[in-house]
Design a protein around this ligand. Structure first.
Ligand SMILES: [Zn+2]
Length: 267
């Protein structure tokens, strides 16, 4: 166990001497429940400071839901607000190939975008929906990570298929499958597929789940993410930092793994 980081968490102080990148955040108000201080970049950075998180990676709710362009505009402004610490995923909705590629190219011509985010659940389509393929081809061409919301066996199976077809694209299984009975399925795909990772964002905290993920899929496949601003991110950090795993494994999970698949995060 990494006693020094654990002691910092237990003292209530921000963690020092460890690069922590939160790879799964949102941005802006949400239709389904209240979001603290409207989910602004400023409010999330303040919370990140209390934990010692140096960088946050956001996708705008609007961009993964009802209004792709409006949401990505919001994400671009958030990244510009603090370019050293706030990075954005381009949210992509099912639409025509031309509309999708225009949107993606426009965003990567601007600063602050580092990957793609798909939320098939909010779009009412399957993970492997054909309309997403141009976006994934773009990720393949430009070595970008693709973060995909998952909450079912079907989602994970679809992602398994996509990761086989696009073997050089790093895919992140958001929430490691989400629903409790999907965890083992997600971990199996993470273990088998070299280009598949899973993130720690989850609104509940099953005891021992980080140790379990490390044992089943390997520490190099787990990526720190908190779903901030949906709920307080600190318990997710504590789940990782206080897990009964090696210090070197914690370092991979909280920052090194994401750096390895996300070349646009600056040094
Ligand atoms: Zn999320």
């Amino acid at each position: 166990m990494a006693e020094k980081y654990r002691q910092m968490v237990l003292s209530g102080k921000a963690i020092e001497g460890l690069e922590i990148i939160d790879a799964h955040n949102h941005l802006g108000p949400y239709f389904n429940f209240p979001v603290y201080r409207q989910g602004s970049a400023e409010s999330m950075l303040e919370r990140a400071d209390t934990m010692g998180v140096s960088k946050i990676c956001v996708s705008a709710h609007a961009a993964i839901g009802p209004n792709m362009v409006w949401g990505n505009d919001e994400a671009e402004r958030a990244a510009a607000y603090c370019p050293e610490r706030v990075f954005a995923y381009v949210g992509v909705k099912p639409c025509s190939e031309r509309e999708m590629l225009d949107e993606i190219e426009k965003r990567f011509a601007a600063k602050g975008f580092i990957g793609l985010k798909l939320h098939p659940g909010l779009h009412g389509v399957q993970v492997a929906d054909n309309s997403y393929i141009p976006a994934i081809e773009y990720a393949e061409k430009h070595s970008l990570p693709v973060l995909i919301h998952t909450w079912s066996h079907a989602d994970v199976s679809d992602l398994d298929g996509l990761s086989t077809r696009f073997a050089s694209v790093p895919f992140i299984i958001a929430h490691m499958g989400g629903a409790p009975d999907v965890l083992d399925h997600a971990l199996d795909v993470m273990r088998r597929r070299e280009n598949v990772f899973g993130d720690t964002a989850l609104s509940y905290a099953p005891h021992g789940s980080i140790e379990y993920a490390v044992k089943k899929a390997g520490a190099e496949k787990v990526i720190f993410g908190t779903d901030m601003p949906f709920y307080d991110p600190v318990f997710t950090l504590a789940r990782v930092v206080c897990a009964d795993i090696r210090e070197s494994e914690i370092e991979k999970i909280v920052g090194l793994n994401f750096r390895g698949i996300c070349p646009l995060i600056p040094r």
